[in-house]
Ligand binder design. Structure first.
Ligand code: RB5
Length: 151
């Protein structure tokens, strides 16, 4: 998969670890910045990376800021982006499997590189299970979310 990366200055310290984790899992990175610890506004970078997901250039995203909150809020304002902060492997995988999460948000002032090395592969290795027999309830719930999104 191609994975869009977006970070502000608050998430910058974890960016390289995220890139390495994505590549180590056999995926490709599309890097939307930022490229230094200088202060930037996270919505600007989220918007660029989010457009790449919306237009199919990237299938998923990993977005970073200090807490993970700003990038998650901004991403969830964009149609077709389903973002959540997951600082543990259980949520990172289940968010994809049950909820169709396609953007993992991380806070570099909350977690460190060793957690990232576990959480990123858990997110990338998970697939939505709502189309599997007996799991239709997840597809139904995601459809209800998309209905809210449309309205
Ligand atoms: C930047 O200082 C910080 O506000 C930002 O990285 C993020 O934590 C916002 O949610």
């Amino acid at each position: 998969m191609r994975i869009a990366i977006a970070t502000d200055h608050g998430g910058f310290s974890l960016k390289e670890t995220v890139i390495e984790s994505i590549c180590a899992a056999g995926h490709e990175v599309l890097d939307f910045g930022t490229d230094s610890p200088e202060s930037v506004d996270y919505p600007d970078i989220v918007e660029k990376a989010g457009r790449a997901i919306q237009n199919g250039e990237a299938e998923r995203g990993v977005f970073l800021c200090g807490s993970g909150i700003g990038v998650a809020i901004a991403a969830n304002k964009m149609k077709g982006l389903y973002a959540a902060i997951c600082h543990n492997t259980y949520a990172a995988a289940q968010g994809v499997e049950h909820d169709g999460m396609n953007v993992l948000c991380l806070g570099a002032r909350v977690i460190g590189p060793e957690i990232v090395k576990k959480v990123v592969p858990a997110f990338l290795g998970a697939k939505f299970i709502g189309k599997e027999p007996g799991q239709e309830r997840h597809a139904r719930r995601v459809e209800k979310v998309k209905k809210i999104e449309r309205e």
